[in-house]
Design a protein around this ligand. Structure first.
Ligand code: HEC
Length: 189
């Protein structure tokens, strides 16, 4: 081996090992961690890191199929926090502490080189739901629903009748529409 290669290996190996160890500790930590930060009134600070969570599905309610104005326009990119995903994989249940973020993205175009369809345009905001038996003991299933207006640094808890009633009636698993999330169904024990 040339001197140069040896020197190169010598400097890269510790780096590689270090990053592998780093990844291992991170994986363990993220399994146990709880996500979401809350105000004193148990309102959810607008989550910033949800795009690194587990992506569980993407329903689309295009405006042009909903009289021009879908209730939640248009793509719904849905993320579950990693700690609660790990718990779901083990138990098939949403733990107290589960945070689910639904990110809305507009339809940008209906034609692409791949064909006709609905293709994502611009970010349009988020909605969220949080299950917590300590924070929301009186809410059905201990789930609180949040709307975000973009100005405020945290979400506002929505009336049960506005969100929870429909979820309770129609969602397959504990107010979550797992019937639309193959990622969760595949991971359910
Ligand atoms: C009329 C029924 C209905 C109402 C009212 C409703 N939702 Fe939903 N919600 C759905 C359906 C159906 C889905 C899954 C499919 C989709 O995204 O369109 C969903 C998905 C979600 C998700 C992703 C997790 C999941 O359960 O699938 C969140 C978060 C969410 N809604 C929040 C809210 C909030 C916050 C409100 C109130 C402001 C609300 N929803 C009101 C029907 C409803």
């Amino acid at each position: 081996m040339s001197k140069f290669k040896k020197a190169l290996l010598g400097s890269i190996a510790p780096l590689l090992l270090g990053s592998m160890l780093g990844m291992a500790t991170q994986a363990v930590a993220s399994d146990e961690r709880f996500y979401g930060r809350f105000t004193a009134d148990n309102e959810l600070y607008t989550p910033r890191d949800y795009r690194t969570w587990v992506f569980i599905g993407a329903s689309v309610t295009p405006n042009d199929m909903n009289d021009g104005a879908a209730a939640f326009p248009e793509f719904h990119n849905v993320y579950l926090d990693p700690g609660s995903y790990a718990h779901w994989k083990k138990t098939g249940e949403f733990r107290s502490g589960s945070v689910i973020v639904k990110e809305l993205v507009s339809v940008g175009t209906k034609e692409a080189p791949s064909g006709n369809g609905y293709f994502p345009g611009e970010y349009g905001g988020i909605a969220a739901m949080v299950k917590n038996d300590k924070r929301y003991p009186d809410r059905p299933g201990n789930w609180a629903y949040f709307g975000f207006d973009g100005e405020s640094r945290h979400g506002a808890i929505q009336e049960d009748s506005a969100c929870s009633a429909c979820h309770q009636q129609n969602a397959a698993d504990d107010q979550v529409f797992t019937q639309f999330y193959p990622v969760l169904r595949a991971a359910k024990p």
